[in-house]
Ligand binder design. Structure first.
Ligand code: NAD
Ligand code: DAU
Length: 343
């Protein structure tokens, strides 16, 4: 039997695929290789003759029903972990179409195939963004969903559709909602890698608004360990929050990065805020903790290692930043710098 990891060439999916392969599991990855997908993320397992035997890659779209059913019938899949998504909030604000396709319709195609082939476990990787912003308490799994940007809303659609397949068809679905991930191989469009790589290039670090938004950071390896744990110990039909327990103001994270790299704090610039910017994400993870799991990596240690990884792997991110990214960055950030400096 094999595990199917959709979106396995992306940031989190590639870490999870490596983890499965190193455990000796036959691992099939289906990935469309969008701007965010990168097979280089799995170069170590592909280039190693021992691990490459356990690995098979299909380039394609999770919305392609024929391809998805072909993989199910060819590969003897018993578990599916769906990481495939359009994942960047700012891109969803500029243009939401791909988000609706992949994060909602794609989930539907996977669920239908999983039902048809009677698989044993379907893990839908959702996100804490489905709860929206919190002003007071950390969110529990039973709280109402209140997504506030097109990415979060499309993920909420996938999340609830997966749940409906459990209730209606008893498809063994588990839904996970993690907080903000960081670590090696994260695309430089995201806050932490953007700020590290801009600092390394002596470019401005564009901090949205007053920078007092709060994110709860979890190291990608902690997140993958949690999913692995939930595959063994989680209950079908349940939702599990996965938080890092590291709530930080963005502005403090930015200063930490500059200090670590011994760069001037004058590189930091307050720019026009993100539309509908969620102020704070916070998760109550007592449900997962009661099963015996909690995050291990302290944010400042994990962030130091991550900064080091970006220093040591400049060819990885420079290739990305020199490609499609140039156009994206100009379009996305030009208007933000237009005379909007805050204190
Ligand atoms: P990512 O953008 O780095 O990777 C997404 C991967 O999905 C890419 O490899 C891309 O090529 C692939 N993909 C996109 N559309 C596809 C399609 N239609 N068919 C097949 N493959 C497709 O994203 P990530 O940060 O690794 O996030 C992975 C998952 O985890 C997403 O579902 C995201 O919503 C969720 N999540 C992310 C975070 C975070 O902080 N990054 C936190 C919680 C949950
Ligand atoms: O919380 C989980 C979510 O975390 C995931 O579901 C998403 O896939 C992932 O992208 C992430 O969403 P965020 O919007 O929180 O991440 P992002 O890296 O885009 O931004 C983190 C914070 O940093 C947010 O408050 C916006 C701010 N920011 C971001 C960028 C890119 C800036 O101040 N400047 C920037 O240039």
């Amino acid at each position: 039997m094999a595990i199917l990891i959709t979106g396995g060439a992306g940031f989190i999916g590639s870490h999870f695929a490596r983890r499965m392969i190193h455990q000796g599991k036959r691992t099939v990855v289906l990935d469309k290789l969008t701007y965010a997908g990168n097979l280089e993320n799995l170069k170590d397992v592909v280039d190693n003759s021992k691990t490459s035997q356990l690995f098979k890659f299909y380039k394609g779209d999770i919305c392609n029903q024929e391809l998805v059913e072909h993989i199910f019938s060819e590969e003897d899949i018993d578990t599916l972990v769906n990481f495939a998504a359009e994942s960047h909030v700012d891109r969803s604000i500029s243009s939401a179409g791909n988000f609706i396709d992949t994060d909602m319709k794609g989930v539907f195609v996977l669920l239908e195939a999983a039902r048809r082939f009677s698989i044993k476990k379907f893990i839908q990787i959702s996100t804490d963004e489905v709860y929206g912003t919190t002003h007071k308490d950390a969110f529990r799994e039973t709280d109402a969903l209140n997504p506030s940007n097109p990415y979060a809303a499309s993920k909420a659609g996938g999340d609830r559709l997966a749940y409906a397949y459990w209730v209606t068809y008893e498809l063994p679905v588990i839904i996970t909602r993690a907080s903000n991930n960081y670590g090696p191989n994260q695309h430089p469009e995201k806050f932490i890698p953007l700020f590290i790589t801009n600092a390394l290039e002596d470019k401005v670090l564009p901090l949205y608004g007053d920078g007092r938004q709060v994110r709860d950071w979890i190291h990608v390896e902690d997140h993958c360990a949690a999913i692995d744990f939930i595959m063994d110990h989680g209950k079908d039909g349940e939702v599990y929050n996965i938080g890092g327990g590291n709530e930080r103001y963005n502005v403090d994270t930015a200063h930490f990065i500059l200090d670590e790299l011994r760069k001037s704090h004058s590189l930091l610039e307050h720019v026009k805020d993100r539309a509908g910017h969620d102020r704070r994400y916070a998760l109550d993870c007592s449900k997962l903790k009661s099963l015996g799991w909690k995050a291990q990596i302290k944010f400042e240690n994990g962030l130091k290692d991550t900064i080091q990884w970006y220093e040591d792997n400049q060819s990885w991110w420079k290739r990305i930043k020199n490609g499609e990214f140039v156009e994206y960055y100009n379009k996305q950030y030009k208007h933000r710098f237009a005379g909007t400096v805050l204190p």
